[in-house]
Design a protein around this ligand. Sequence first.
Ligand code: PLP
Length: 442
Amino acid sequence: MEGFRSLPSVHRLADALDGRYRGLAVTAAREAVEAARERARRGEPVGDLEGDARRRLAAALGSGPVRALNATGVIVHTGLGRAPLAELAVEAAARAGRHYSNLELDLERGGRGSRQEHVEGLLLELTGAEAALAVNNNAAAVLLAATALAAGRQVVVSRGQLIEIGGSFRLPDVVAQSGAELVEVGTTNRTRLADYERALGPDTAAILRAHPSNFRVVGFTEDVPVEDLCRLGMPVIDDLGSGAIAEGLPELADEPAVPRSVRAGCAVVCFSGDKLLGGSQAGIMVGRAEVVDACRSHPLARAVRIDKLSLAALAATLCLYRDPELAKDEIPVLRMLSAPRAELEARAQLMRERVARAGGKAGVVEAAAKVGGGALPLLELSGPVCAVESGGDGVDELARRLRSGDPPVIGRVREGRLLLDPRTLTDEEARRAADAVVAAFR
Ligand SMILES: *Cc1c(COP(=O)(O)O)cnc(C)c1O
C-alpha cells in the first residue's frame, strides 16, 4: 500500500499543469490519480503521474485534427488537409481570428461593407475578369452558378464531362440539385461543337463545362475548346477544378488556366482555393459582371458564404500571386511542385543516413508521386525518395506504427518497402520522419 501514500493530491498535481485551463487540468489530474490508485491496488508500479496528467490535459484540449507529417509525396492530399498555407496566409488567418477586423465595414464611409471587397480586386487583377465572388468551396461555387443561371431551365453538358470528384461530388447530381434539367450531348470520348449546337434551344440556360480533374480519356478523343463553346452565344459555366493562375511553372502546363477561360468569354469560371492555388478552402467565381452579380444576390449565396478565416488566408495568398517569383517561393504547393532535384536528393539522403545510423536498412531510389487533390492525374513528379526496408514485422506493421506516432507519419508502401518522399516534407520534418522510423523499429 506504499503507492497510495505517495500519491500527490489532485490539486497539487493540477498546479503542475498549464494554469490557463484550470478546470480541465483538475479533471486531468483527478483521472491520472484515479488511474494510479487503480494500478497501486493491483500492485503495479504507479508510473509517471505528472506525465500521465499532462497527456490527459493535452488530449482534452486537442480533440481537433492533429499535425501529421506528409511523406506520401502527394502535394494536395485531401486526407491530410489539402494545401498547407503560406506563412503570410497563416498570419492573416490568425489575425482575423484573434481580433476584430473590418471584415464587413467600409472604414471610409463608416457604413456596411462587403467581405468580398478583400479579394475582389485581387481576383480581377490576376484573372482579367469583370467581377469576382468567393464562396465556401468549389462544389458550392458550381451549385450556386447552376442555380442562379439555370434553375427551372436546361443545362447542356458533354457526356465526357459527367464526372465524379472524390467525396461524392457528381456533376449530374449537382445539376439536379440546382433545379436545372441536364441535357447530355456527345459521347464519353468525343463531343463536337455540332453536338452542342443541336442541343441548344429556347429552354437552354447555360452550357456547363467541367474539367475531368482526376482522370483522362486517352486515344480516340475530341472535345471543344472553351473559345468555340463561348462563341455559341450561350452562357458558359466553366468548372476548372483546380484552376491554375501561377505563371511560368512547367509542371502546371496541362492545367487549364483561369485567365484563358475568362478571355474566352465564359459567363463564370469556378475553381478551388485549396488545390493547386495553394490557399485556404474556398470556391472562387470569376466572370462577367451581370452573371457574378446574379450569383452574389441569389439567396443560396448566403448559405455558401466564405468564412472570415478562409477569406483572410485567401486574400493573403492572392497577394503573393501579384509577384510570380514570390508566389513560387512562398506558396508551399508551388514550392513543392517545382522543388529542385538537388534539394530533394539532399533531403532523401538525410533520411537514409539517419535511419541507417540507427541500424535500419534504407536506400535512396527514384519514385514518382502525384499532385493529388484530383488534379493533373497523368503528371508524375518523379524524384529521389528514401526507401526503408521494413524488417521482421512487415511493411504494413511499420506503416501502422508510423501512423500511430506523435506526430503521425504517413508514407507510401511500394514493393514491400516504405517510401518517405522528401517533396512534401521540410528538412525539419524529414528529420522527424526518419526518427519516427527508428523509433518504430524498437
Ligand atoms: C475538386 C473539384 C470540385 C470540388 O471542389 P471543392 O473545392 O473540393 O468543393 C469541383 N469540380 C471539379 C472539376 C473539381 O476538380
